[in-house]
Design a protein around this ligand. Structure first.
Ligand SMILES: [Zn+2]
Length: 290
């Protein structure tokens, strides 16, 4: 069976947590062999670790830019302590989800913007200190994120993923040049996402990984427009089981078979997050060239 990795899903989110085992089982049944669960705040560190350990999946620890307003400075010390405490846990694969969000107007200026930048930079330093990759949240913030990565590289390439990438071609190449992979998910499945579809089709295959960002970012086939919603049709729930269909759409855009795309993106995920190798059951089938 084709082997897929969902490099970014929030199985602990309120929409999915109540039936997380069933959600995970549906994904497995469709060939999603592994999920990476990022944290968003110290309050969900235990939840992502537990879910990942229970299912043989992976997790990341970090403070998401949309949560820095509620975060205390002490949360950075707690993150540092947890990264140290779980350093030998093979399920812990990255620092994330960290980054900058300049989409939400209140967060773009004044003290909250400064706080976002402070948490981002401090967490980059922690990733370097603990020698872990990063899972980056990028929303209208690619240039600032790149600046931080360059300033804190300490002479080594970065590893990790710019998740839900939605920037320009130039920004895409800048992330790639620094050592990062780019996460593609439901957003490119919309016909109107012309720029993103063009990038998904044309960027080097070595740069791409797949993600659902479940329960966010529903792919086209789960999204109900205004007319359907008014008629009472509920939005479909995005979950990791959607990943193979997202992957198949990307394969079509690139003129590859789903199997070839799965193999390439799995190999890329292992390069972005090297610790995945220890929890993935069939690594021997992964590395062949497409
Ligand atoms: Zn996320």
């Amino acid at each position: 069976m084709t082997f897929w990795i969902d490099t970014h899903c929030h199985l602990d989110a309120a929409e999915l947590a109540p039936d997380a085992p069933a959600v995970r089982a549906r994904a497995t049944a469709r060939g999603v062999a592994h999920c990476v669960l990022p944290a968003v705040a110290v309050g969900n560190f235990d939840a992502v670790r537990q879910l990942a350990q229970d299912a043989g999946d992976s997790y990341a620890l970090g403070i998401h830019p949309l949560y820095v307003a509620q975060a205390a400075d002490a949360d950075l010390a707690r993150l540092d302590a947890e990264l140290w405490r779980y350093r030998a846990d093979p399920h812990l694969v990255a620092v994330g989800e960290i980054g900058l969000d300049f989409f939400v107007p209140e967060l773009c200026q004044g003290p909250l913007r400064e706080r976002q930048e402070y948490f981002y930079v401090e967490q980059l330093k922690l990733a370097r200190k603990h020698d872990l990759p990063v899972l980056l949240h990028v929303r209208r913030s690619a240039d600032r994120l790149l600046k931080g990565l360059r300033a804190h590289a300490s002479g080594k390439p970065w590893r990790g993923i710019a998740h839900a990438f939605n920037g320009s071609e130039q920004q895409a190449h800048a992330f790639i040049a620094l050592g990062l992979k780019l996460g593609f998910g439901g957003a490119f499945t919309y016909e109107r996402a012309l720029q993103l579809r063009r990038l998904a089709a044309a960027l080097p295959i070595e740069a791409l990984v797949l993600e659902t960002d479940a329960p966010d970012m529903p792919p086209r086939w789960l999204y109900q427009g205004a007319v359907e919603r008014a008629a009472g049709v509920p939005q479909g729930r995005n979950e990791p089981a959607e990943l193979p269909r997202i992957g198949a759409e990307l394969a079509t855009l690139r003129g590859l078979s789903a199997q070839e795309l799965a193999r390439a993106t799995t190999r890329n995920a292992l390069l972005a997050l090297p610790r995945l190798a220890s929890s993935i059951a069939v690594p021997a089938r992964v590395p062949d060239a497409i």
